[in-house]
Design a protein around this ligand. Structure first.
Ligand SMILES: C[S@@+](CC[C@H](N)C(=O)[O-])C[C@H]1O[C@@H](n2cnc3c(N)ncnc32)[C@H](O)[C@@H]1O
Length: 231
């Protein structure tokens, strides 16, 4: 099954319906073309973007990127929940950020993505620029444990994809910054479940959180989506 028609997309749409299309006020983002802050990229930008995304697909394993199906899932989640403020922990070269950014073009939202490795952060900035997404995504170079408290919430969506043994500590740090009704998406929760038992216990046992683990591909990386309950 190709990622273009994979069942992950349908699953994402269903989840977004379940979550209830939350919205939050967006600060300081001027509206571009398309109204309500939506950005409609030009044909030229789309061409360059397609070419760069194809290039990036060749180095997915080397750069520790998510598979394209998981990228499509993130894009759909960002767009269909109408996310305005999104946080990503662990940018690598910005491949997943490019997917989330494409979802946010449709909502007028913005992504802040954090990467500790200077070389990867530089690649991230270059890829965002080439894909015409540097106006939708801010790349932050630094240790996310230090950078997150400097950011202003509330976030509608968080994508957690740093070192797996840190997931629980990150959850404790950013959970107060996720709005009630917001979502947290954690990657590799099947493949590397043994490295994050504390995180999985926290998101599945907390009375304030609803969680489900799913897989969008035969790659079985695993995505755990967590909903911060309103009540
Ligand atoms: C699995 S890769 C991220 C892949 C990326 N999300 C993608 O799919 O394109 C994990 C990244 O997290 C970064 N990282 C690990 N700990 C971090 C921290 N404390 N702060 C910021 N980045 C961190 C690593 O340097 C690495 O590039």
């Amino acid at each position: 099954m190709s990622w273009r028609n994979g069942f992950g997309a349908a699953l994402a749409a269903g989840l977004a319906l379940m979550i209830g299309f939350g919205t939050a006020a967006q600060e300081g983002k001027p509206a571009k073309k398309g109204g309500k802050g939506m950005i409609r990229p030009s044909e030229e930008v789309l061409k360059k973007r397609e070419a760069r995304m194809k290039e990036l697909e060749k180095t997915i394993s080397k750069k520790l990127n998510i598979p394209p199906t998981d990228g499509m899932f993130l894009k759909i989640m960002a767009a269909s929940t109408r996310a305005q403020k999104v946080l990503e922990i662990g940018s690598s070269n910005g491949y997943s950020a490019c997917w989330i950014g494409q979802g946010l073009e449709q909502t007028g939202g913005h992504l802040w993505t954090i990467e500790i490795d200077a070389a990867r952060a530089a690649e991230c900035r270059d890829n965002l620029k080439e894909c015409g997404l540097d106006n939708v995504v801010t790349s932050i170079e630094g240790n996310a444990f230090k950078e997150i408290p400097r950011l202003e919430g509330p976030f509608d969506m968080v994508f957690l994809d740093a070192w797996k043994t840190d997931y629980k500590r990150f959850l404790e740090l950013f959970l107060p910054m996720v709005r009630p009704g917001g979502i947290i998406i954690a990657h590799n929760t099947i493949e590397q479940a043994k490295d994050m038992p504390d995180y999985l216990e926290a998101v599945f046992q907390s009375p304030d959180l609803d969680s489900v683990t799913l897989s969008t591909t035969q790659w079985k990386k695993g995505i755990t989506i967590t909903y911060k309950r309103r009540l």
